[in-house]
Design a protein around this ligand. Structure first.
Ligand SMILES: [Zn+2]
Ligand SMILES: [Zn+2]
Length: 142
């Protein structure tokens, strides 16, 4: 039996589904994620295209950062970010959506495994996960 995650934004206008398991789950400290998501650290999962049913783009707002191959999609009504598409082209879904769908806690099987681009951090993290200076551990360049 594969897992199914039913995700939605805060107001319920947009829903999407993720299946099975993500390719990766991590904390990203890169400046691009900071710019794109307006957070100090982006905690998120990355999914293969065949494992997510993304909402129709016409239902979403689209936010691009100038000069970066990254796009963020969110609900135009409540403003919540649903997912982003980053350089290698995979959909990236913030942990917050899975927490929301799981009564406020991140499902255990989605626990992040490492910190990426830690040298670009604005926040020091004190945990036992690996801190990678860049994204080469998962095949990403800066
Ligand atoms: Zn909404
Ligand atoms: Zn990043």
């Amino acid at each position: 039996m594969s897992k199914t995650y039913e995700l939605s934004c805060d107001c319920g206008h947009v829903t999407m589904t993720a299946y099975d398991q993500p390719k990766l789950s991590l904390h990203c400290h890169c400046g691009s994620c900071r710019d794109l998501y307006n957070v100090d650290v982006l905690s998120a999962t990355g999914w293969a295209h065949e494992n997510v049913d993304l909402p129709d783009e016409s239902k979403l707002f689209v936010h691009k950062v100038d000069g970066k191959q990254m796009t963020r999609y969110g609900c135009p009504k409540c403003g919540l970010t649903l997912y982003g598409v980053h350089k290698p082209g995979i959909p990236v879904i913030p942990h917050g959506l899975f927490r929301k769908a799981n009564g406020g806690t991140l499902p255990q099987e989605l626990a992040p495994t490492l910190h990426l681009f830690y040298r670009e951090r604005v926040l020091d993290i004190n945990d036992e996960l690996d801190k990678c200076d860049d994204g080469s551990a998962v095949g990403l360049s800066g």
